[in-house]
Ligand binder design. Sequence first.
Ligand SMILES: *[C@@H]1O[C@H](CO)[C@@H](O)[C@H](O)[C@H]1NC(C)=O
Ligand SMILES: *[C@@H]1O[C@H](CO)[C@@H](O)[C@H](O)[C@H]1NC(C)=O
Ligand SMILES: *[C@@H]1O[C@H](CO)[C@@H](O)[C@H](O)[C@H]1NC(C)=O
Ligand SMILES: *[C@@H]1O[C@H](CO)[C@@H](O)[C@H](O)[C@H]1NC(C)=O
Length: 247
Amino acid sequence: MLSSVVIFIIPFICLSVSNHLPSYLPRCYLDDPQRDECILRAFNKLRPNVANGIEEIGLPPLNPFVLPELILRQDTPNANFTIKVLNFTVAGLYKYDMKKFQYNPETKAFHFRIEYETIPITGDIEVSGHVASIPLSGKGFGRAVLGPVNATFDVKGNIKTSRGIDFYSTHNVKVDLDISDGSYYVEQLFNNNQTLVHLANEMLNANSVMVSEAVTPTLERLAEKGVKRFMKTLTRIPYYELFPLSR
Ligand SMILES: *[C@@H]1O[C@H](CO)[C@@H](O)[C@H](O)[C@H]1NC(C)=O
Ligand SMILES: *[C@@H]1O[C@H](CO)[C@@H](O)[C@H](O)[C@H]1NC(C)=O
Ligand SMILES: *[C@@H]1O[C@H](CO)[C@@H](O)[C@H](O)[C@H]1NC(C)=O
Ligand SMILES: *[C@@H]1O[C@H](CO)[C@@H](O)[C@H](O)[C@H]1NC(C)=O
């Protein structure tokens, strides 16, 4: 499928990592045969901390996760739109259920899968284009509740050594989202023409599975950007501090 997705995020969020990992972060040893299970358990146990963000590893607060300004452009046969979102707010990102975690120390590849029951997103929007043949234009407010969502992450990288210290260096992040359905709601678009707003909402929800599928590429690229940014901060921590050896 010919497709293009362009994303601008303003301003650049930048967190710094501290020298010490918080004590509540579990230690999963690189050479532990149960390493992946250890990390999977730890990840699901960390939900309350993740909600407030973990500054020491560069994780922003996820309850909610807010981007002040965002421009998304998708040009695919089933969705062709540009949307500017102010106060892009994603609630409940910390309500994840990690189902699978694999790290291959040989290839330095991460593979994990997370399930969400729902992901509510809101924002002040300025949109033009169409999604699943439903025209959308104008300025207003938008809300989407996506779910259930099945998210698969593949992260590739290698080890880089700087001043004698090993660091993980991320090369590629791929996110696959399986968004089963969603509910959609817009306000004030079409110069606040109530007839057209009402019609758009009806069409969005009558075709919610198609709409969810149509916007998936944009959400995948957005998630990849988020993970890349997080990895960039996380991997300022030396590799053997993230993955200590048992002895
Ligand atoms: C998307 O819209 C733009 C501008 O309206 C148009 O130039 C482009 O051909 C469209 N792409 C598709 C795949 O329909
Ligand atoms: C941003 O959106 C959230 C959720 O809809 C809302 O509670 C908050 O007041 C908004 N903030 C601004 C500055 O509009
Ligand atoms: C999520 O994806 C996995 C692997 O592709 C699959 O086995 C599982 O049934 C999916 N779960 C849901 C809720 O779609
Ligand atoms: C709303 O839009 C429809 C379709 O374009 C138009 O027929 C109608 O007059 C508009 N209503 C108002 C109040 O502008």
